[in-house]
Design a protein around this ligand. Structure first.
Ligand code: GDP
Length: 316
């Protein structure tokens, strides 16, 4: 068994998925807080689906700490349409990383799961104990099953081999670097883009998928990154821990707030032929709060910042 010690700023930390929404924010947070040895590899440099390549990389670099922020992610439509890819790619990426971390004596690993691992009809807010107590939401079952397997693998390494492999479950994330592609994005970036385009084209309405009644919790990715650093420095248990802000809004409320931020005065047109997904997803964050962590960015501020970032993108 390896001794578990607090993560320190001079350790090497490999952030897998450093170009993604979560991974890029985690790198910003760590480097901003004085971690000087953050390791990154682009997809061209290291294909995380390639087991031999990942093992070779770990053999050469031997990162002391690993953050698994790499995953194939997508919104309700992409998840529903491509279950094979969501299962296979995520299982391959996480298996390769977690197994290599074990083989090359990584002292601590943080695996990022998702709030969609919980049952469709879990009690709200959802406590960590709800894991595997009921059927999953079908529209994101493939992604959820892969993430549940990753959690159980980390817990198995902890139990069988004494490894400090921890598991954080973030709620729906958003922020700079998000995916704004309407076919594969999550609701928040999709609506920011649609409302922006409706305003600039002078349209009178904007399309919103589903009925508008599902409720979701949104966490700015900079808050997620700060929580990840907090957990790396302070949390050494394989038991899963939720990361959220503790408040949710309906999709209608979100759309209305986005219209205000963007300055669009038209109406919302709900398209009930599109799936609603799970009726509510609000995490119980009592455990993380009790450890002393709190988010700092309100939804209003986060929306304003993300919209400003979106407008500033030259390639848009
Ligand atoms: P989920 O949290 O896994 O369900 O993923 P999403 O973020 O993709 O969707 C959340 C909710 O927002 C669902 O009820 C969607 O139907 C709804 N929604 C409304 N408009 C959109 C849209 O333009 N794109 C997406 N992805 N979801 C939308």
């Amino acid at each position: 068994m390896l001794p578990s010690r607090p993560v320190t700023k001079n350790q090497t930390i490999y952030v897998a998925g450093h170009r993604g929404l979560a991974g890029s924010a985690i790198v910003r947070e760590l480097e901003g807080q004085g971690y000087t040895r953050v390791i990154k590899r682009t997809r061209a440099e290291l294909d995380l689906r390639d087991r031999a390549a990942v093992q070779r990389f770990f053999g050469e670099v031997k990162p002391e700490v690993v953050v698994v922020a790499a995953a194939k992610v997508g919104g309700i439509q992409a998840n529903n349409d491509f279950p094979v890819e969501f299962l296979l790619e995520n299982l391959a990426i996480q298996n390769n990383l977690i197994e290599s971390a074990y083989e090359h004596d990584t002292a601590k690993l943080l695996f990022l799961g998702s709030s969609c691992i919980y049952p469709k009809f879990a009690p709200q807010p959802i406590p960590e104990s709800a894991l595997l107590t009921g059927v999953l939401e079908p529209t994101n079952e493939a992604y959820a099953l892969a993430k549940i397997t990753g959690i159980r693998l980390c817990q198995a390494y902890a139990r069988e081999y004494g490894r400090n492999f921890i598991n954080a479950m973030p709620t729906n994330l958003y922020g700079p670097g998000d995916n704004f592609d309407l076919n594969s994005s999550h609701v928040l970036p999709a609506l920011l883009r649609k409302v922006h385009e409706a305003k600039t084209s002078g349209a009178s309405e904007v399309g919103v998928w589903g009925t508008g009644t599902p409720r979701r919790e949104f966490l700015h990715v900079d808050d997620l990154a700060s929580a990840c650093r907090f957990l790396l420095e302070n949390y050494d248990s394989p038991e899963i821990i939720n990361v959220g802000c503790g408040e949710d809004v309906s999709i209608r409320e979100l759309a209305e707030q986005i219209c205000t931020v963007v300055g669009f005065k038209g109406r919302l047109a709900f398209d009930a032929t599109k799936p609603d997904g799970t009726p509510r997803k609000l995490l119980d964050v009592a455990k993380l709060n009790a450890l002393g962590w709190r988010p700092r960015i309100s939804l209003q501020e986060g929306l304003e910042k993300t919209y400003a970032w979106y407008c500033a993108q030259p390639a848009r």
